[in-house]
Design a protein around this ligand. Structure first.
Ligand code: AMP
Ligand code: MG
Length: 326
C-alpha cells in the first residue's frame, strides 16, 4: 500500500471519528447528510477501489493468521446496516468473514452475563467478524426500554442507577483486552436523520418486496427517537477510546455511507499491515525438493514445470510490450 493512498484514506475518515474523551451531541456534531463534497457518480469508482482493497487485505489477514477484526455496526431501524454489509463485503472471500446478527436475546442468552453471546461470536485470528447490532445494544435498546434489564435477572448490586456507567467501563475494558490480544474492534454508527427514516419506512410499506423488512415495532421504536439520540450520544461520548474509537457515518445517502464504511475497515486493515508468512530456509528447501520430484513426473513431451513456463512467457511478452512502448 502506498503511503499516499493510506494517508488519503486516513484523511477522508478523520471527520467521522469521535475524539476519545469528547462530549458528543449527535444533532449538534454530526450531519446525516454530509458527503464530503462528493457526488454519487464519484462514489461508484471509489467504492469499487475500496472493495478490491479490502479483498486483498483480507487475504493477507487470513494468511498472517495473527490478528482478527470485529466490525460492529449500529444504527436505528432502516439505517442501512444490511446494505452496507452486502456492498462493502461483496469482494471478500466468504471463508474469511462471519456475520452475526443480534436480536432479542434468547432464554439461554439471558441466563449468562450480558457480554456472553457477543464473546461467542468473536472472530478467529485471520478472520473478520461483522456484528450486525452488537454489544452496544446493551446500552441502547436495553437503556431505552429498561424492562430488558429486568429480563437479564441481574443481582441487585449489578443493576443500580450506575449500571450504564458500569457497562461503558466494562465494554471499554473488554475491547481493550481484545485489542491487546490482536483483535481490533472497529465501531461504526450509521447516523440517519428522522426524515430519511420516515421515507425509508414508507418505501418498505409501499414496495411488496420490501414489506418483510418492516414491522409495527419499527414505528413504536421511532416514537422513542429522542431517547435513542440521547442514548447514542452518551454511548459515543463514553466508549470512543484510543484503542477502539467510534466512527459516525452519515447515513442519509446510502452510497456515501458505504464508501465510509469500506474506508474505515480498510484503514484498520492497513494499520494491522498483515503480511504473507515468510517460509523459513528449511521449508524452502523442502519446497524445492518437492518441485524436483514433480518435474521428474512430467509426461512425455510436457514441460517439466508448465506454470514456470507460462510465467516466463508472460514476463517476456510484458518486456517486449514495454520496449515497444519506449
Ligand atoms: P432486527 O435487527 O430489525 O431484526 O431487530 C432485532 C431487534 O432485536 C431490535 O429491535 C433490537 O432492538 C432487538 N435487540 C437486539 N439486541 C437486544 C438486546 N440485547 N436486548 C433486547 N433487545 C435487543
Ligand atoms: Mg428491524
Amino acid at each position: 500500500m502506498s503511503d499516499d493512498r493510506a494517508e488519503r484514506i486516513a484523511e477522508f475518515i478523520r471527520p467521522l471519528r469521535v475524539k476519545p474523551g469528547s462530549e458528543v451531541r449527535l444533532d449538534r456534531d454530526f450531519d446525516p447528510r454530509y458527503r464530503a463534497g462528493m457526488q454519487k457518480q464519484d462514489g461508484v469508482e471509489l467504492l469499487r477501489t475500496g472493495v478490491t482493497l479490502l479483498a486483498e487485505y483480507q487475504e493477507r489477514l487470513a494468511a498472517a493468521d495473527s490478528h482478527g477484526v470485529v466490525l460492529c455496526l449500529q444504527a436505528l431501524d432502516a439505517g442501512g446496516k444490511d446494505g452496507t454489509i452486502r456492498h462493502v463485503m461483496s469482494g471478500v472471500n466468504p471463508q474469511g468473514v462471519r456475520v452475526s446478527s443480534f436480536k432479542v436475546p434468547s432464554a439461554e442468552e439471558l441466563d449468562h452475563d450480558y457480554l456472553w453471546r457477543y464473546a461467542r461470536r468473536l472472530p478467529e485470528r485471520g478472520e473478520i467478524a461483522i456484528f450486525n447490532r452488537s454489544h452496544y445494544e446493551e446500552v441502547l435498546v436495553v437503556r431505552v426500554h429498561p424492562e430488558n434489564l429486568v429480563r437479564q435477572k441481574l443481582p441487585a448490586e449489578a443493576c443500580g442507577p450506575e449500571v450504564w456507567d458500569q457497562r461503558y467501563r466494562q465494554i471499554n475494558e473488554w475491547e481493550r483486552y481484545l485489542t491487546d490480544n490482536g483483535f481490533k474492534v472497529v465501531k461504526i454508527f450509521l447516523n440517519l436523520s428522522k426524515e430519511e427514516q420516515r421515507t425509508r419506512f414508507l418505501k418498505r410499506i409501499d414496495l411488496p418486496e420490501k414489506n418483510w423488512k418492516f414491522s409495527a415495532a419499527d414505528v413504536r421504536e421511532r416514537r422513542r427517537w429522542d431517547d435513542y439520540q440521547v442514548a447514542f450520544s452518551e454511548m459515543l461520548s463514553a466508549t470512543s477510546t484510543k484503542w477502539a474509537p467510534w466512527y459516525v457515518v452519515p447515513a442519509d445517502r446510502k452510497w456515501f455511507a458505504r464508501i465510509c464504511a469500506a474506508s474505515i475497515l480498510a484503514h484498520t486493515l492497513i494499520g494491522i499491515d498483515p503480511r504473507y508468512p515468510d517460509v523459513g530456509k528449511e521449508a524452502r528447501k523442502e519446497l524445492l525438493s518437492a518441485r524436483r520430484d514433480l518435474e521428474r513426473e512430467a509426461p512425455e513431451g510436457a514441460p517439466a514445470d508448465p506454470y514456470a513456463d507460462g510465467a516466463r512467457k508472460k514476463r517476456k511478452k510484458k518486456r517486449k510490450k514495454e520496449r515497444e512502448r519506449d
